[in-house]
Design a protein around this ligand. Structure first.
Ligand code: C6P
Length: 431
């Protein structure tokens, strides 16, 4: 990393040097140099990567950590008594401790490694849900959930007889209708699972407030942090949730590694999700004793390089500062919103103010996929489709949207280029 200067909070800074930055500020354009992938042309045009909600790019520090692990330390964890296995185990558990610190969990024992947000939510739905839900119970979700926080609950509802109920959107602003929350929670709600930042709308939900209201009624809560962890400071104790899930690949880490935070007492009381090696204390032909959490939920050889890469990613992000990343994301999104809304024939989705770095839009009479295909020809990576939020799209009366999603290595100049390209697309379709 070369682009952060004079940041007193950044004690682990490496090679900090940028004469163009002012005290405590980040030279965002300079940070791009940490991402080798960004330095290329697509269809002859400089790559503009605006598909960060799908997955982020990886800085050199993460690529180096993965390479170092496989070149020097690779072995299986928790099993061997040899040096390499000890090193791999130490790296794996150090990543767990770093993750606990990253989201301010009380201890590393509250961190379960999973394949991603999706698996983390499925783990809770299957383990906690099957053990605690029964016919007549209500699972409360919101109308803006990603399929990953919707389908697992429908499956568990089918098996337990519980019902899924949704907090509605306010039609004017694409935000949750908070006036309805208390009445909904007063139903027979046992579990309330909510997205922190909507991947389709960019809406930032007031999760601390929602969790506090649920907690008063003894309702267990989960926050889907796929789009928030890595984009803003996250403190699970301040949020007051019982579970929090996120994916490494969306926060500069590798694919295949995710995190489930769970309150220790809840995790300890939950039955295993999968059975196999690593998660047992002892096995006999007729019964098994399981390890305590988190190991009871990590059956089989885990992804080891994943946590190593994730550790490097978390260090990298914190050298920049997640408060700064959040400010940058929001400023870029507000700028994109302002520029796009000034165009004729552009429908913008999501809240008018305070949105995260996600901007969904449609051009009048142009299919979202055509927008994305033509933007690709101009070197811009957008995403088009339902973004795994089909019920939400239905609610909004559309099949799909085009979406630009930002991260800290994106710039205002890139947004300007997007606007230019959208104008060209409009001309092409004579809108
Ligand atoms: N959204 C997108 O918006 P996984 O695939 O397990 O890493 O993450 C799933 C997931 C869960 N919740 C939210 C809010 C998400 O945005 C996502 C992933 C991607 O482009 C893929 S649809």
């Amino acid at each position: 990393m070369s682009a952060i200067v004079n940041n007193p909070a950044s004690s682990t800074r490496r090679g900090a040097a940028s004469s163009s930055s002012t005290a405590g500020e980040v030279n965002w354009a300079e940070l791009r140099k940490d991402f080798p992938i960004l330095d290329q042309k697509i269809h002859g045009k400089p790559l503009i990567y605006f598909d960060n909600a799908a997955t982020s790019q990886k800085p050199q520090a993460v690529l180096d950590a993965l390479r170092h692990y496989y070149e020097r330390d690779n072995a299986n964890v928790h099993r061997g008594i040899h040096e390499l296995s000890n090193r791999a185990t130490a790296a794996y558990e150090a990543a767990r401790a770093r993750t606990a610190q990253f989201i301010h969990a009380r201890s590393p024992e509250e961190i379960v490694f999973t394949r991603g947000t999706t698996e983390a939510i499925n783990l809770v739905a299957h383990s906690w849900g099957m053990a605690n839900l029964k016919s007549g119970d209500v699972i409360l979700l919101t109308e803006m959930e990603h399929h990953s926080n919707l389908v697992p609950w429908q499956l568990i509802a089918q098996r337990t007889g519980a019902r899924v109920v949704y907090v509605p959107l306010r039609s004017d602003e694409n935000v949750l209708d908070l006036d309805r929350i208390d009445a909904l929670l007063a139903g027979n709600v046992k579990f309330f699972s909510m997205v922190h930042i909507s991947n389709s709308l960019g809406t930032v939900n007031p999760v601390a407030d929602l969790c506090a209201r649920a907690r008063k009624r003894g309702i267990v809560t989960l926050v889907d942090g796929a789009q928030s962890a890595g984009h803003m400071p996250v403190d699970v104790q301040a949020i007051g949730c019982d579970f929090f899930a996120f994916s490494g690949h969306k926060i500069c880490g590798p694919t295949g590694i995710g995190v489930l935070y769970g309150r220790q007492d809840l995790l300890d009381a939950m039955p295993p999700y999968q059975g196999g090696g690593e998660m047992i204390l002892s096995v006999a032909y007729d019964h098994t004793e399981f390890k305590k959490a988190p190991h009871r939920f990590e059956a089989g050889t885990p992804d080891i390089s994943g946590p190593v890469g994730l550790h490097a990613a978390m260090d990298y992000l914190d050298r920049i500062g997640r408060d700064r990343i959040w400010k940058h994301d929001q400023e870029l999104a507000a700028y994109a919103q302002e520029r796009l809304s000034a165009l004729n024939g552009v429908r913008l989705f999501g809240p008018k103010t305070g949105r995260a770095g996600v901007v969904s839009f449609l051009l009048k009479d142009v299919h979202a996929h055509d927008v994305v295909m033509l933007a690709d020809q101009a070197g811009i990576a957008l995403r088009g489709g339902h973004h795994c939020t089909q019920p939400l799209m239905h609610k909004l009366g559309v099949e799909s949207t085009a979406r630009a999603s930002f991260y800290f290595y994106n710039t205002r100049e890139e947004v300007d280029r997007l606007v230019e390209v959208i104008r060209e697309i409009q001309k092409f379709f004579a809108v």
